[in-house]
Design a protein around this ligand. Structure first.
Ligand SMILES: O=P(O)(O)OC[C@H]1O[C@H](OP(=O)(O)OP(=O)(O)O)[C@H](O)[C@@H]1O
Ligand SMILES: O=c1cc[nH]c(=O)[nH]1
Ligand SMILES: [Mg+2]
Length: 206
């Protein structure tokens, strides 16, 4: 599946401020909202629509409306920072939650929570700002597939991706497209993304 990288001057502007170590949590949350809104539009470009006959004030026409329910699944905790723009753009969206936390020493993610709505007929977007080793994303996608999500209607949406994470996710789930706002250089020895923006969850909330 192709890696979709946001191409928009506003995206590079917002990411630069997100990366800035001097950006405080309140501003960081606003910037996370802005970049996630751009990603939400990009990642839903291919959503199917169905015809709906309506009457305008002047004449009858057949318009198009969204054909499928949409489900977002933010990965706790940092994924919560991407959730609100999806709720604002798609008021009927359902939300599932997957809790995953990387061990600080091994960088291997441990699952601690999973609550998902019905997924079989839905278009599912898994949200997590950071795709580093790809371990968290691969686990989360396995969980939503096991819960009934169909791979033709399943995407992973992140803000910063590393080549290592994209390779891992593509190897584990070659059928799932990845949407990212920026594709960075590499991981460091502690499995943080370079140049990256640090620990997204900490920058959102502490
Ligand atoms: O690709 P990976 O190597 O798995 O790393 C990415 C994961 O790391 C961060 O979460 P973290 O474990 O820090 O949890 P948090 O969101 O609660 O801070 C991030 O939000 C991803 O879930
Ligand atoms: O760079 C990284 C890697 C994993 N998780 C983060 O929050 N940042
Ligand atoms: Mg974290």
């Amino acid at each position: 599946m192709p890696l979709h990288i946001l191409q928009h001057p506003l995206a590079t502007h917002v990411i630069t401020h997100l990366r800035d170590v001097h950006t405080k949590p309140a501003t960081f949350r606003t910037l996370a909202y802005q970049i996630s809104q751009l990603l939400a539009i990009e990642a839903t470009r291919g959503l199917p629509t169905r015809p709906k006959p309506i009457q305008t004030p002047l004449e009858p026409i057949t318009g198009q409306v969204l054909a499928q329910p949409l489900v977002i699944v933010p990965i706790l905790r940092a994924g919560l920072g991407m959730m609100t723009p999806f709720l604002d753009l798609f008021p009927d969206v359902s939300v599932g939650y997957i809790g995953l936390e990387r061990d600080e020493r091994t960088a291997i993610a441990r699952s601690y929570y999973c609550k998902l709505p019905p997924l079989a007929d839905a278009h599912v977007l898994v949200l997590d700002p950071m795709l580093a080793t790809g371990g968290s994303a691969a686990q989360a996608i396995s969980l939503v597939k096991d819960a009934g999500a169909r791979s033709v209607a399943l995407s992973f949406v992140c803000i910063v991706s590393a080549p290592e994470g994209v390779a891992t996710l593509e190897a584990a789930h070659p059928d799932v497209p990845i949407y990212t706002a920026t594709h960075d250089r590499q991981l460091n020895a502690q499995k943080y993304i370079l140049p990256g923006l640090g620990d997204f969850g900490d920058r959102l909330y502490t």
